[in-house]
Design a protein around this ligand. Structure first.
Ligand SMILES: Cc1cc2nc3c(=O)[nH]c(=O)nc-3n(C[C@H](O)[C@H](O)[C@H](O)COP(=O)(O)OP(=O)(O)OC[C@H]3O[C@@H](n4cnc5c(N)ncnc54)[C@H](O)[C@@H]3O)c2cc1C
Length: 436
């Protein structure tokens, strides 16, 4: 097998005059940011990369999005761990760019900046809707069940509340199937997962009896993978039907949860009615056919948008040394395979840009040492959090995550908890003692 040095392009990237390495900042330690960092190192093994994340923990939605009972998909984090184990690649956790440190500060200190901030918000329904009707986002719900300390549902007044026994899920993508599966499972089905048991008990103190999934499209146009629907249908105690047709034979006498998928139902309003929610739909292709469906909660699974903070901080930023990967580039969250490819393309663009530039003097993290908050979490500190979460798990769970930033920072604490910013080399400091 060839080493990264052997597979690197022949022409080196422009080196700065004193031989200091090229410095790249990546904003976002989710898969897009990690894949981009991997590809940059593969293309230019001596490049130095600092990967910033607003959370104290790396891996973005691998940790807080991918469903807790899909540990196989979450295992991609192991290859990202190897990335951060390399000298010259730093995780700079618990630092929100735009709030704790400015984008301008990054641009002053790095040759290029890669925006890999994902899409932080569930896409809104955009139809006539009572403001107090109980409508929640699927992303928010899964963040809660994945112990995200910032999950909106955790922070609502009174904490997370029960979804009730009957829910409507709007959307027929993989996230919709994830939600239906998580709400259909019994405790035994979560063995070896890292589901947040307290959160699950709060939102589903009793089994969710009825799940209606509504899609606007025709069945063949549904965005979910067939394997996701099969997995849902195979849960013991679940009866799944699509447009009234049972998917796996006739239902058991008393299924624990009935999941019915209905296509070509276009939602036109969501109203609050007697403490419940009423979803009104019209049939695609025949607007005279109107249906009403009453439930306790409506869950939207319609894709994702940038959060208002992301739009405000990075929306209009256009500079030749700023690159975008994942959601900020495409407007879609995408899956891991898509984002890996996009990140490889973006890394190629970054390296081409750097090779075409006059050498500039940039000191990377060294130049930021006085501007970063004291509570920066290094990769080593993250590994302490990781170990503590695995150790505190009950025997039938693979980990029990901390659910607040305070708990995460406490687990991270200890010598080396704060990022060890490389000491400035003599060449990097000018005669006034300032970092250049
Ligand atoms: C419920 C759910 C289930 C999924 N299941 C699968 C699956 O099984 N298989 C699959 O392939 N894909 C799955 N995906 C999709 C997968 O999670 C995404 O493709 C992937 O996470 C996108 O990576 P990203 O890095 O672009 O964004 P994210 O994972 O969202 O990472 C973005 C990171 O940027 C950070 N950030 C944002 N703003 C700032 C800032 N200002 N400063 C510093 N940091 C910032 C965030 O904290 C976050 O860590 C799922 C997604 C969801 C929502």
């Amino acid at each position: 097998m060839r080493t990264p040095a052997e597979t690197a392009p022949n022409r080196p990237a422009a080196a700065v005059d004193n031989g200091l390495p090229l410095q790249v900042a990546v904003i976002g330690a989710g898969p897009s940011g990690c894949y981009a960092a991997q590809a940059l190192r593969k293309g230019q093994p001596d490049i130095e990369i600092a990967v910033f994340d607003a959370l104290p923990t790396p891996f973005g939605l691998v940790r807080y999005g991918i469903a807790p009972d899909h540990q196989g998909a979450k295992a991609v984090s192991r290859q990202f761990e190897r990335l951060f184990g390399q000298p010259g690649v730093e995780f700079v956790g618990n630092v929100s760019v735009g709030t704790d440190v400015s984008l301008e500060a990054l641009l002053e200190n790095f040759h290029a900046v890669v925006l890999a901030t994902g899409l932080g918000t569930d896409r809104r329904l955009g139809i006539d809707q009572d403001p107090d009707a109980r409508v929640i986002g699927a992303g928010d719900l899964i963040r809660l069940l994945n112990s995200d300390p910032d999950a909106r549902l955790r922070h609502r007044h009174g904490g997370p509340e029960s979804l009730g026994s009957e829910v409507v899920i709007l959307g027929t993508g993989n996230v919709s199937a994830d939600v239906a599966r998580l709400l259909s499972k019994s405790d035994l089905d979560f063995i070896a997962s890292d589901v947040d048991d307290d959160a699950l008990r709060a939102v589903a103190p009793n089994p969710v009896r009825t799940i209606h999934i509504l899609g606007r499209c025709e069945p063949h146009a549904a965005k979910w993978d067939a394997s996701m629907v099969k997995e849902l249908a195979e849960i013991v105690g679940v009866h799944l039907s699509v447009d009234g047709v049972p998917l796996l034979g006739e239902p058991a006498a008393s299924p624990r949860t009935t999941v019915s998928v209905r296509f070509q139902h276009v939602p036109i309003s969501v109203r609050r009615l007697d403490g419940r929610v009423r979803v009104t739909t019209r049939r695609a292709g025949d607007s005279a056919l109107v249906d009403h469906l009453d439930a306790d909660t409506v869950i939207t699974a319609l894709g994702f948008d940038p959060s208002p903070a992301q739009s405000a901080q990075f929306g209009g930023v256009e500079a030749s040394n700023v690159f975008r990967v994942g959601g900020p580039a495409t407007g879609r969250l995408g899956n891991l395979a898509e984002n890996r490819k996009l990140a490889a393309d973006a890394a190629k663009g970054v390296l081409e840009f750097l090779r075409g530039q006059e050498p500039l003097h940039r000191t990377g993290l060294v130049g930021l040492r006085d501007r970063l908050p004291a509570s920066v979490v290094s990769f080593e500190a993250w590994q302490r959090i990781d170990g503590a979460e695995v150790r505190r798990a009950r025997p039938d769970r693979c980990r029990t995550k901390f659910t607040t930033r305070d708990e995460l920072l406490a687990a991270a604490a200890g010598s080396g908890a704060l990022v060890s910013i490389p000491t400035a080399t003599p060449e990097a400091i000018d005669t006034t003692g300032e970092v250049k």
